[in-house]
Design a protein around this ligand. Structure first.
Ligand SMILES: [Zn+2]
Length: 316
């Protein structure tokens, strides 16, 4: 049976009709409105436009989702707190709705249909503006007792380190994300060394105009400073992966998100630092660190599949 998957981002909403093999049959994209109520209306309109009828709807949201799979406890980028989001959307649409953390949904999609297809124990890390994560154990999304597991971006890697939006300090997201990459590039420009010439040219001497994709493209073209900056993000990512392997011992890691456009410039240093940091690393298999393959669609494909399996009682 078909299902609808929705990915609610800070600026855009994507809704897609997805079949049981994870193929997207049609997609509608709209801007994300300011308020949760308007967002519910925008999603309902997008789902109707897909013309899917009364099929299950899965929604991936960047935030902490409560165990009822409806309430968004906190979505900092959207400004939502304690929103009974799924219930409202179900009321508006007259169909059943499953709300999932967006990184959990992406992890599920990569495990069912993507880079980790056929594997049972998978940890996915999304390295974008922030760092998201999803854990699949025994072919189930591991959500934790309170629904909020897998917040890999908030793994503390530096005691009393950089401040994080979650209220803590030293979280992985502050070192291994697109935002951290841009901050480090701006620091390099401010320091004014000769190695920052490529970065300065790329942003027209306006450090504030620098973005993650600009640094990534510069690295891909071989600029040594940009390569070093991406490598540093990769190195921190490897530190996080080693900690995760110590606790979860997954079969593989899947790395996705915008910074993955840097490819091996990110993954190479991540693998080296993972190998160097892995506890008892000389005496155990090393889980491969793989590139995600589903790209931007992973979130909506995973949300649709989870909704179909959970709400129709089909097995994965
Ligand atoms: Zn944090």
């Amino acid at each position: 049976m078909l299902a609808v998957g929705v990915d609610v981002g800070g600026t855009k909403i994507a809704a897609g009709l997805v079949d049981e093999r994870g193929s997207v049959l049609g997609c509608v994209r709209v801007s994300t409105p300011d308020s949760p109520a308007a967002t519910v209306d925008a999603i309902a309109a997008a789902v109707r436009e897909l013309g899917a009828g009364e099929v299950p709807v899965g929604v991936g949201v960047a935030g902490f989702v409560a165990t009822d799979r409806s309430t968004v406890a906190l979505a900092p980028n959207l400004g939502w707190r304690g929103e009974p989001f799924g219930e409202r959307l179900a009321g508006g649409l007259g169909t059943r709705v499953w709300v999932e953390n967006d990184a959990n949904a992406a992890a599920w999609a990569e495990t069912r249909f993507g880079a980790a297809a056929g594997r049972d124990a998978v940890v996915c890390v999304t390295v974008g503006t922030g760092v998201g994560g999803g854990i699949v154990m025994d072919r189930q999304v591991w959500r934790g007792a309170f629904g909020m597991a897998g917040e890999i971006g908030h793994l503390q890697v530096v005691e009393a380190g950089r401040e994080c939006r979650c209220g803590q300090r030293g979280c992985l997201e502050q070192y291994a994300s697109g935002s951290a990459l841009v901050a480090a590039a701006r620091e390099m420009i401010a320091a004014g060394g000769p190695d920052s010439a490529g970065l300065r040219t790329a942003c027209g001497d306006r450090a504030e105009a620098l973005t993650g994709p600009v640094v990534t493209q510069l690295a891909a073209s071989g600029d040594p400073a940009a390569v070093r900056l991406i490598g540093e993000v990769g190195r921190w990512l490897g530190v996080g992966l080693a900690g995760l392997a110590a606790v979860l011992d997954p079969e593989c890691f899947v790395i996705g998100g915008g910074v993955l456009d840097a490819g091996e410039l990110l993954l190479g240093p991540a693998r080296s630092s993972f190998a160097a940091r892995l506890p008892a690393g000389d005496h155990r298999p090393h889980a491969p660190v793989l590139a995600a393959v589903l790209g931007n669609e992973a979130g909506l494909v995973g949300a649709a599949d989870l909704a179909r399996l959970a709400l129709l009682g089909e097995s994965g």
